[in-house]
Ligand binder design. Structure first.
Ligand code: DON
Length: 305
């Protein structure tokens, strides 16, 4: 498949289309990003790399970090103990919704909405001596890149606000679903969201999910095949909050978005792909990112469906 030719067509089409959206401003540091950034990078399971635009520039990965948090939690905690505390159902609600959490007695619908990721961070805090360091080491290992880091300004900017997340974690603490100090869990969660990565680095990290849990460079099994199957299923059904159905319908791949404008998607046994365009639609997903991935699966004529 001529992926580079296809990416070039996608770039041309995106530039020609008028794609609306607004940069996230509820985390003040994110509002400073130039809205017209656009990049895309595809890594195939045989190690080929294709890209265009601002694919090397790092941006705030935000909720994409929830996937790596879950992957690490699956390595550290028994599966049953995780799934007792967080469900695996699509939420059909915004990523920061409180209503559903109260109805469901502090058990988040899935690990990819904010409340679910907070529970996963709580689990990690219980199991890791130095959560910030060990989480970063894990992402660096998956990415094969030791220069990836947190962005302290972004984390501080979110810590200074973050009231909805604070409300959620306190509600869950009240229901007995948070074991550690809520402020410390929040701090860890905000740090994970502040990771700064490029499309290339994200695609190279997520290729593990396309390569049955193995790193490309040495075929080391980082995640079991069963965990990879489950994580791809969760990304498929829950990766885009109340737009998960729309993403499945238009793109047809498991994936995950973040309010920094990034989207990563996985085609099992074929490739991983990351797109970045900071302008978001009303559901908090990158408008151009969704369109780029829709074009990719349309032009290649292939998706998991
Ligand atoms: O907790 C938050 O609101 C952000 N740190 C992450 C939200 C996010 O990226 C949701 N994505 N679409």
């Amino acid at each position: 498949m001529d992926y580079q030719g296809i990416l070039n067509v996608i770039e041309d089409k995106l530039v020609g289309e008028k794609l609306d959206g607004a940069v996230a401003t509820y985390i003040p540091e994110l509002a400073k990003v130039k809205p017209d950034k656009l990049g895309m990078h595809l890594t195939s399971v045989i190690g080929e790399e294709f890209h265009f635009g601002d694919s090397e520039e790092r941006f705030s990965i935000q909720s994409i970090s929830k996937v790596m948090s879950l992957a690490l939690a699956l390595l550290k905690e028994d599966d049953e103990k995780i799934w007792e505390r967080v469900d695996v159902e699509p939420s059909g609600d915004p990523f920061n919704s409180l209503v559903q959490l109260e109805y469901e007695h502090g058990i988040p619908r899935n690990p990819l909405i904010n409340s679910g990721a907070l529970v996963i961070c709580d689990i990690l805090m219980t199991h890791l001596k130095d959560p910030q360091k060990e989480y970063l080491d894990f992402v660096r290992r998956m990415a094969g890149n030791s220069t990836i880091n947190y962005n302290k300004k972004v984390a501080a900017s979110e810590k200074a606000g973050g009231y909805s997340n604070r409300a959620m974690i306190n509600l869950m603490k009240g229901y007995g679903n948070i074991q550690n100090d809520p402020e410390e869990v929040l701090n860890f969660y905000f740090d994970t969201c502040s990771l700064s990565m490029s499309c290339r680095e994200l695609a190279q990290t997520f290729v593990v999910f396309a390569n049955q849990g193995k790193l490309l460079k040495d075929e080391e099994q980082v995640l079991s095949e069963v965990h990879v199957k489950r994580m791809n299923a969760i990304m498929q059904t829950c990766g885009f909050y109340d737009e998960a159905g729309e993403f499945s319908f238009r793109v047809g791949l498991p994936g995950k978005s973040g309010v920094g404008g990034g989207i990563v998607a996985v085609y099992p046994n074929m490739y991983s792909v990351a797109v970045w365009s900071p302008k978001l639609n009303e559901k908090g997903n990158s408008t151009a990112g969704m369109r780029a991935l829709e074009l990719l699966t349309e032009i290649t004529g292939s998706s998991i469906f």
